[in-house]
Design a protein around this ligand. Sequence first.
Ligand code: GNR
Ligand code: NI
Length: 173
Amino acid sequence: MAIRKILTEPDPFLRQKSTDVEKVDNNIRKLMDDMLETMYDAPGIGLAAIQIGVPKRVIVIDLSRDEKKTPMYFVNPKIIVKSEINSTYEEGCLSVPGQFAEVDRPDKCHISYLDYNGQKQELKAEGLLATCIQHEMDHLEGILFIDYLSKLKKNFIVKKLSKQKKALERIIV
Ligand code: GNR
Ligand code: NI
């Protein structure tokens, strides 16, 4: 396993649409292992492959807060039904470091996906898991949670992150 670099906004790569995985083979499993290690190291509760620069429809999630890890793997996830009732969560994103904002999303979702072994599965999610799945599925479409904020708030965040990046580049060069 390896820890990979997480891309951060603004990075045009994060806006790319990810494509379906044809077969869950050892390469995809290696990708999922690396994603999980990268996510735990960050630390975060979810990660989409595009965040480490791989435009494939692969997501890992682990909501457990204690020592006992419970990783979940989702390949080619599809929403079957989503609730008409929304709930609000304070969201953050490893690709939008240090920024948090409240986002409304359907409070439940029913999805189908392929698991770590390539088996077809279905899951009914609610609460934080439903929010996290939808946040990660947005990454597969090139969408970030800041896209749901007002233009003013979004611009403010993007400008701040650009400045931070430029300052870092000056130090490195
Ligand atoms: O670590 C993360 N926390 C989080 C909190 C609320 C809603 C969504 C998330 S996902 C985020 C990790 C991440 O950026 N995944 O793409
Ligand atoms: Ni994210």
